[in-house]
Design a protein around this ligand. Structure first.
Ligand code: FAD
Length: 116
């Protein structure tokens, strides 16, 4: 083998992207400025334009059109992204994620401290 590793397939790219996106939402400001809101909206629109899985990007564009990103706070953005991700889960026949636990999953970690 070349030792370079292989380009990511849709699954690997998806896992890495969701990790990045949910973390991004969890650490977005609680009280973003108008300029930060505008940048986050553009970021999500850019993602839907450039996401390197073309049918995924086309679906995300449609989702954003029907349900624009809620950029008013970290919790609002995390809820929005959780709903968007759940729509993809449904499409793929995966179980829905409980959106009341999204900050626990992506920021706080479980209360038993098992995540360090
Ligand atoms: P993933 O769905 O990658 O999730 C990773 C982890 O996130 C899970 O283990 C869970 O802990 C957590 N999680 C799950 N659901 C939620 C949620 N709702 N909110 C918060 N956390 C959650 N694949 C396709 O085949 N077709 C598509 O059209 C498609 N569109 C995509 C669009 C985008 C924007 C992205 C980022 C990915 C897309 N994918 C698509 C890839 C697909 O969503 C999965 O990433 C891939 O199938 C791997 O799934 P997984 O089971 O490892 O978990």
């Amino acid at each position: 083998s070349s030792g370079l590793g292989c380009p990511p397939d849709t699954l690997q790219l998806g896992r890495a992207s969701w990790t990045f996106l949910h973390s991004l939402a969890a650490y977005y400001p609680a009280e973003p400025s108008l300029s930060q809101r505008s940048l986050m909206r553009s970021m999500m629109e850019g993602l839907a334009e450039f996401y390197p899985c073309h049918y995924c990007a086309a679906h995300l564009q449609q989702q954003i059109q029907e349900r624009p990103p809620d950029v008013t706070s970290n919790t609002a953005l995390s809820q929005w992204l959780c709903v968007i991700h759940n729509e993809v889960n449904e499409l793929l026949g995966k179980p829905a994620f409980d959106c009341s636990r999204v900050m626990e999953r992506w920021r706080q970690g479980p209360s038993d401290g098992s995540c360090g």
